[in-house]
Write a new protein. Structure first.
Lengths: 721, 168
C-alpha cells in the first residue's frame, strides 16, 4: 500500500471514530426526542458522510454496510418508519458494528467482516415497513426471503443501485447539507495531510459555502428545490452537485439567477468529469475551483462582481473560529522536555542575578525571561489537555443500555463536559467510569415502583459532573436512588469473609468495603453486574492514575461517587528525600505522614524486622537505604525520619535521612535499559539540574509486604483488639 | 532521533563493496575502539550522574541531557579494562541504539576513521581481552589496531534482563 493511501486510511479511521461518537449521541438524543427532524437530518448527514468517505478511501465493506444503515435512516427520516425504541436500538447496534469494523481495521486494514446478521435485521425493519401495516407474518417472510438469498449478493446488488436510490429519495436540503459537511471535512484532510496543496483556497470556499448556506436560509424554498433538482438530474454521481448546488445557492442569494446561468454552471460542473472512486482527489479539485466556477465560469457580470466579497467576508469569519491540528503526543512530550530544561536554566540564571549581575537591564531581562518561560511551560503543558466530553458522552450510552436491560427509566445529566484533562489520564478514565455509572443505575436507583413509593419521580436521575478543584479533576457521579445500605454491606462482607464479625467499624468504613475485591451484594450474577469485580477495578484503575475515589451515601437520598484525579500524569507533587548523599522523590499521594520516631515506638521483633507502634497501629518499618543499597547516614532509627506510606495492602513506614522539600516534579521516562526496574516510577530533574529517581514505594515493597502481610494483619487485629 | 535507528548495524548489513564507512575511534584504557559514526548522537564531557540503585556496576547512573534522562554506562567496567589515571580527556558518547539513547564513558575520543568494509579483518580472539561476540572485526592500519565494537551486543538485552531479574 502506498504511504499516501495508508495515511488517508488512517486519517479516515481516526475521523470516523469521532463521527461514530457523534452519531451515537444523535441516536441517543433521538430516542428522547423522537419527533426531531433536525436530529434526523443530522444523523443522515453523518451516516452519509461516513459512507462517502469510507468508500473514497477504499473500505468497501464499511461503505456497503453504512449504505444499508443509511437506507434505514432514510426511511425513518421520510416518516415511512416511525421512530421507535426498536429502531433506535437497531441503529445503535449498527453503530456498534461500524465502530467494531473501524476498530478492527485500525489494527489490520485488510480485515474482512461478517455483516450479514445485522444487514438481515435492517432488511427486516425495512421490509416490515415497506409493506405498510401488514401483519408480522409479512415481516418475517421478508426476513426469510433475505436470508434465502445469498446475502452478500444482496449487498452487492444493493450497492450497485444505490446512486439512483439516493437521488430519488434524498431531499435536496439534506443532500446539500451533507455535501457541505463533506467539503468541510475534506478541507481538513487536505490541510493536515497535504501541506503542498494550497490550503487557503479550499478554506475560503468551504467557509464561503457555510456563509452562503446561512444567507440562503431566507430563500424561496421552491425555486431552490427546483434548481437543485435540475442539478441532481444532471449530475452523474451523487456528490457532483456539491459545486452546482452551492453555486446555485450563491446565485439565488444574489437574486440574479436565470436559466442560462444555471445551465452554464452545470456545464462547468460536468466538465469535472471525475471518477467516483476517488472522492479525495475530486474534492481537492472540486473544492478549489468553486471561486473559479463562480468567477470565471459564468459569463454574467453580476456573478463576477458579487461573490468575491461574500467569500472574503466568510473567510474573515472563519479565522475567528477555533481551528485545530493534530499533533503526535511524542512531539508534545519532546517540547515539554525542552521547555522543562528551559525553566531549569532560567532558575539558575535567576539565582545568578542576585549574586553576580549588577546591570539593571540584564536584571530586568532575566526576570522578564522568567515570566516568559513560565508561560511557555504552562502552554506546553496545556497542549496535552483535552476536554472530558467524549468520555462523558460515552456514559449516556452506558446509562441507556443498562436502564433498558433493567427496565428502569433513567435520565442522565452531564455537567462540565468542557473540563480539560491530560489525554493519557482520560484514556484510562473510561473503564472505571463505566463501572460506577452502571452501578449507579443498577444498584443505586430503585425500580419505578419503589421510587413512587418513596415519593420520588418515576424517572431516576444520574448526574455526572466534571470540574477542576485545585490541581485535580473531580468527576462526581451522583444518583438520587436509595443510597448504599451499610447494614446489608456489613452482612455481605461478613458472609464473604471480608470482614471479621467481631470488628467494630463505622458505617462509613463499611461503605468503603464495596471497593474490596470480590465484593458484591448481588446474589445473582446478571448481565449487568454482580461479579464483584466492578468497584475493585474502579479503585485499582483510579489509583493507578494516582487518583482516588470516594463515596458518600445517604439512605433514601442517593449516593455520590467522587473521583479525584491529577490533571496530568506528567507532573506530580513530590516529596524530595535524602538518603545518604542521594536524593529521591516520593509521590506525595503515597505519603500519609512523617514523624521523628522516638525509642518508645520503635520495636524490633526477631524474625520480623523492625516495626513502628504508632497510636495503637503496628507498622512494618523499612530502611530505604538498605532496600536500595544506598549508603545512609550513620545513626540509629531515632536520628532519622519515618515516613508513613499509604499502601494498597497495609500501611508501612520507611526510614529516610532527611526530608528536603516538597515540589511539583515533571516525570521523565527512563530508558528501556532501566525502565523495568521495580520500584522506580520514572525520574525527574531537580532544581540543580541533576536527575533523581521517583520511587514507587508500594511497588518497591510489595514483595516484602506479601511475605509478611498475612501474619501482620492477624497480629494487628489481635493486638489492637 | 529516530531517523538514526538501526545504524549500529550499518557495518554488518552494508554491501561489501560499498563506499567508505565512517567510524568514531575512541580509547578505553590503552586500547583503541571504534563504533559506526552514524550511531553517535553527540559527544559530551562527563556529566554529573545520579547512581542507579541496584543496577550492575557498569551502570554509572542517569544524567540529564537537555531535559532527557539518559543512562550512562562505563564501557571500561563492562569490558574489564583498566581506566587511565589522571585522565582529563574522559568523555561521554551519546549513542542511539534502536531509538534507545545511552551515554558511554570512554577515556578519550581519538578521530573519525574512514575505510571500506572489506578492510575489516576477522576477530583475532587472542588480541583483546574482550568477549569475541562484542566485536564486528578489527581494522588494522600500519601498526595500529582498532577494534570495531558492537555496542548493542555489549549492552544487550541480556543486561536489560538482568536488571529486571535483579529488581524482581
Amino acid at each position: 500500500m502506498e504511504d499516501f493511501e495508508k495515511e488517508l486510511k488512517e486519517d479516515f479511521l481516526e475521523e470516523s471514530l469521532q463521527l461514530l461518537e457523534d452519531t451515537e449521541q444523535s441516536f441517543l438524543a433521538l430516542e428522547n426526542d423522537k419527533e426531531s427532524s433536525e436530529l434526523l437530518d443530522q444523523i443522515f448527514r453523518l451516516a452519509h458522510n461516513l459512507k462517502g468517505t469510507s468508500r473514497a478511501v477504499g473500505f468497501g465493506e464499511v461503505a456497503e454496510f453504512t449504505h444499508e444503515m443509511e437506507n434505514l435512516i432514510l426511511k425513518v427520516k421520510t416518516g415511512e418508519l416511525p421512530v421507535s425504541d426498536g429502531i433506535v436500538s437497531l441503529l445503535l447496534e449498527c453503530n456498534d458494528h461500524i465502530t467494531h469494523m473501524i476498530q478492527t481495521l485500525k489494527d489490520d486494514m485488510a480485515e474482512t467482516f461478517e455483516s450479514e446478521a445485522i444487514v438481515v435485521k435492517i432488511q427486516g425493519a425495512l421490509g416490515g415497513e415497506l409493506n405498510g401495516d401488514q401483519s408480522t407474518a409479512a415481516v418475517s417472510e421478508s426476513v426469510e426471503e433475505v436470508q434465502e438469498d445469498v446475502p452478500s449478493e444482496e449487498v452487492v446488488a444493493e450497492s450497485g443501485a444505490w446512486e439512483d436510490d439516493d437521488q430519488e429519495a434524498i431531499d435536496e436540503d439534506s443532500l446539500v447539507a451533507g455535501f457541505e459537511q463533506e467539503i468541510i471535512e475534506e478541507k481538513e484532510v487536505v490541510q493536515v495531510d497535504s501541506p503542498e496543496v494550497s490550503s487557503a483556497e479550499p478554506e475560503i470556499s468551504a467557509a464561503a459555502l457555510e456563509a452562503l448556506r446561512e444567507l440562503g436560509g431566507d430563500l424561496d424554498e421552491s425555486v431552490l428545490n427546483e434548481l437543485s433538482e435540475g442539478v441532481v438530474k444532471e449530475a452523474e454521481v451523487e456528490e457532483e452537485p456539491e459545486i452546482s448546488a452551492a453555486a446555485v445557492e450563491a446565485l439565488k442569494e444574489l437574486g440574479t439567477c436565470d436559466e442560462g446561468l444555471i445551465s452554464d454552471l452545470q456545464k462547468n460542473t460536468k466538465k469535472e468529469d471525475l471518477k467516483f472512486n476517488n472522492v479525495e482527489k475530486r474534492n481537492e479539485e472540486n473544492v478549489t475551483p468553486i471561486p473559479v466556477v463562480r468567477g470565471d465560469g459564468s459569463p454574467v457580470s453580476v456573478t463576477k462582481a458579487a461573490p468575491a466579497p461574500v467569500a472574503k467576508k466568510a473567510a474573515t469569519k472563519k479565522t475567528g473560529e477555533d481551528e485545530s491540528i493534530r499533533v503526535s503526543l511524542a512531539r508534545v512530550e519532546k517540547l515539554n522536555n525542552v521547555v522543562g530544561e528551559l525553566v531549569i536554566l532560567q532558575t539558575v540564571l535567576d539565582q545568578q542575578r542576585f549574586s553576580s549581575v549588577q546591570d539593571d537591564l540584564t536584571n530586568k531581562s532575566i526576570s522578564q525571561l522568567g515570566k516568559l518561560s513560565k508561560e511557555i511551560q504552562e502552554i506546553s503543558m496545556s497542549l496535552r489537555m483535552v476536554p472530558v466530553k467524549s468520555t462523558l458522552q460515552k456514559m449516556s450510552r452506558i446509562v441507556r443500555d443498562t436502564s433498558k436491560a433493567l427496565d428502569k427509566d433513567v435520565k442522565l445529566t452531564l455537567f462540565g463536559e468542557e473540563t480539560e484533562i491530560d489525554k493519557t489520564v482520560l484514556e484510562h478514565l473510561s473503564d472505571p467510569l463505566v463501572h460506577i455509572v452502571r452501578n449507579a443505575v443498577d444498584h443505586g436507583l430503585e425500580n419505578t415502583v419503589d421510587r413512587v413509593k418513596a415519593g420520588k419521580s418515576e424517572v431516576g436521575n444520574v448526574t455526572i459532573r466534571a470540574l477542576h478543584e485545585g490541581n485535580n479533576l473531580v468527576i462526581e457521579i451522583s444518583d438520587d436512588g436509595g443510597g448504599i445500605p451499610a447494614d446489608i454491606i456489613r452482612g455481605k462482607a461478613i458472609e464473604k469473609g471480608i470482614l471479621n464479625p467481631n470488628e467494630q467499624i463505622s458505617d462509613e468504613e463499611v461503605i468503603q468495603l464495596i471497593f474490596h475485591p470480590g465484593f458484591s451484594t448481588k446474589d445473582q450474577v446478571t448481565e449487568v453486574s454482580g461479579r464483584g469485580v466492578g468497584m475493585d477495578v474502579v479503585k485499582t484503575n483510579i489509583e493507578k492514575l494516582s487518583g482516588e475515589v470516594k463515596v458518600k451515601t445517604e439512605r433514601g437520598k442517593g449516593s455520590v461517587f467522587k473521583v479525584v484525579l491529577p490533571l496530568t500524569m506528567a507532573i506530580i507533587d513530590g516529596m524530595v528525600i535524602r538518603v545518604g548523599g542521594e536524593k529521591f522523590i516520593i509521590p506525595l499521594n503515597q505519603v500519609h505522614e512523617s514523624l521523628k520516631p522516638n525509642e518508645e515506638i520503635v520495636h524490633e521483633v526477631t524474625g520480623w524486622g523492625k516495626c513502628l507502634n504508632l497510636r495503637g497501629q503496628v507498622l512494618p518499618l523499612f530502611n530505604i537505604g538498605s532496600t536500595l543499597s544506598v549508603k545512609t547516614d550513620e545513626g540509629v532509627e531515632t536520628d532519622k525520619i519515618a515516613i508513613i506510606i499509604q499502601s494498597t495492602e497495609i500501611p508501612f513506614a520507611i526510614l529516610v535521612d532527611d526530608i528536603l522539600h516538597q515540589q511539583q516534579v515533571v516525570i521523565k521516562n527512563l530508558g528501556n535499559e532501566i525502565k523495568n526496574t521495580k520500584g522506580f516510577m520514572g525520574s525527574s530533574i531537580l532544581g540543580d539540574g541533576k536527575p533523581s529517581f521517583i520511587l514507587d514505594l508500594n511497588e518497591l515493597y510489595s514483595g516484602k509486604m506479601k511475605k509478611s502481610s498475612s501474619n501482620i494483619k492477624d497480629n494487628l487485629i489481635g493486638r489492637v483488639a | 532521533m529516530t531517523d538514526e535507528n538501526n545504524n549500529q548495524n550499518l557495518a554488518i548489513v552494508a554491501d561489501e563493496n560499498s563506499e567508505l564507512q565512517r567510524f568514531l575511534e575512541f580509547s578505553l584504557g590503552e586500547e583503541d575502539y571504534a563504533i559506526p559514526l552514524l550511531s553517535v548522537r553527540e559527544v559530551i564531557s562527563v556529566p554529573e550522574t545520579t547512581p542507579i540503585p541496584k543496577a550492575p556496576s557498569h551502570f554509572l547512573g542517569i544524567m540529564n541531557l537537555r531535559g532527557q534522562v539518559i543512562s550512562v554506562v562505563d564501557m571500561r567496567t563492562k569490558l574489564k579494562i583498566k581506566a587511565l589515571e589522571n585522565n582529563s580527556e574522559e568523555s561521554v558518547i551519546i549513542v542511539d541504539i534502536d531509538g534507545m539513547n545511552l551515554g558511554i564513558v570512554v577515556d578519550s575520543i581519538n578521530k573519525v576513521l574512514a575505510f571500506s568494509l572489506n578492510e575489516i579483518n576477522d576477530v583475532p580472539e587472542i588480541e583483546t581481552q574482550v568477549n569475541a561476540e562484542y566485536i564486528y572485526g578489527v581494522y588494522r592500519k600500519e601498526d595500529s589496531l582498532t577494534v570495531l565494537l558492537n555496542v548493542a551486543k555489549v549492552l544487550d538485552i541480556a543486561d536489560v534482563n538482568t536488571l529486571k531479574k535483579k529488581a524482581a
